[in-house]
Design a protein around this ligand. Sequence first.
Ligand code: SF4
Ligand code: SF4
Length: 474
Amino acid sequence: MEAPENESFRDSIGTIDEEGKRAWVYPKKPSGKYYDKRKIVSYILLAFLFAAPFIKINGNQFLMFNVLERRFNIFGFPFWPQDFHLFVISMIIGVVFITLFTVGFGRIFCGWICPQTIFMEMVFRRIEYWIDGDRNKQRKLDRQKWDAEKIRKRLLKWFIFLVISFLIANIFLAYLIGSDKLLKYITDGPTEHMGTLFPLIIFTAVFYFVFAWFREQVCIIACPYGRLQGVLLDTKSIVVAYDYKRGEGENGRKKFRKNEDREALGHGDCIDCLQCVHVCPTGIDIRNGTQLECVNCTACIDECDHIMESINLPKGLIRYASEHEIETKEKFKLTARMKGYIAVLVILIGVLIGMLLIRNDVEARVLRLPGQLYEHKEGDIISNVFTYKLVNKTVHEIDSVHFKLRKFNGEIKVVSNTNNIVIPKEGLSEGTLFIEIDKKELTGDKNKLMIEVYSGNELIETTTVNFLGPRSYN
Ligand code: SF4
Ligand code: SF4
């Protein structure tokens, strides 16, 4: 975007004062078309965020990120450590998706979908407006001495913030350890599970710190996605932008005066009312151009539209637009970079769907016992010993599991002297087995065998092993 004449805004950020101290932002309460839409989107997403750990598909939690046990559920699909490659592909798709959106639509994710913005602007900030009042009242209250009113308001606000932080920490835990475990821990009583209570207190403290004090600093200095904007955005990315051509005119912006012919005087449509600055939750002036601090919350669009309406000028002085569009008035088109990202995304999604479709509920691994070759047995039988591991990725127990050899005429003997193995739900069963084959069946010293795993009559998995025998049997 064309650089403003005065570049001094680049020397500092809006939330740090000249002495390097935190400059508290008191954003004006937003209102308008975009804010109303964002409220609807936010409350739908909040309902989803709170409900997702309690929704189950085929008994699997809809979303779960159990980092400690390396078990992840995404949209009801359980990913085990054995499925780590699928989990990695899903994460890559997520990153490419967000990148594509950022190239095309800037930080639209931050303004509309990011939990930090939603909690901050739609939950904590709204409670603050309700208790402390709008911008001017908040500033006054902050300067006020600690009288009864201030103490009452502060205690009420901090208490509500703490309760909500505790609630968020519980939901966060439900994503980490699973909602079943969380509900069990709650009914057992917190003292029974001190190992979980401690992280819960830490999470509560972190959320309280973030939403009560750290606030917009998360987006400005801590969020890695925010820092990436500089490399992802280009002149054709759609961002919340000030139409400097219209706003500045030939002779710059100027305060509004009734009955003045601004056009004849060469002044732009911006009346320098600063409402777009006062409403900004990250404390920036969008008229200086696209800045990393802008989270695309749209509050300044709504605010400027109110002003334009009140002085009978067309709305949209601040709007969703690209630098290219403002400069040339050309409408948005897909760029080559965006087309490339879309192609990569389509390929990755195809790979993921294919992998999910061929993925089994049971995974079998049969491996040769280290250091063992083969053994001759009575009646020209050759025997090899193996270990097996059966992983059940479902939430149901799988019983009557047994092995069969495909093509080869031989026998599989499980050491536990039962050929009816039970694999516990979300668990594994392991042991040792012998494969015995008549030497006439063998074609050399290395024979590839295919083992079929059945549950009752149902074939649930196949796997291959190398069976060793003496060198020549022809
Ligand atoms: S709200 Fe609109 S008119 Fe007022 S200062 Fe901002 S851009 Fe200019
Ligand atoms: S500049 Fe506008 S869109 Fe960006 S953070 Fe501030 S108010 Fe929100």
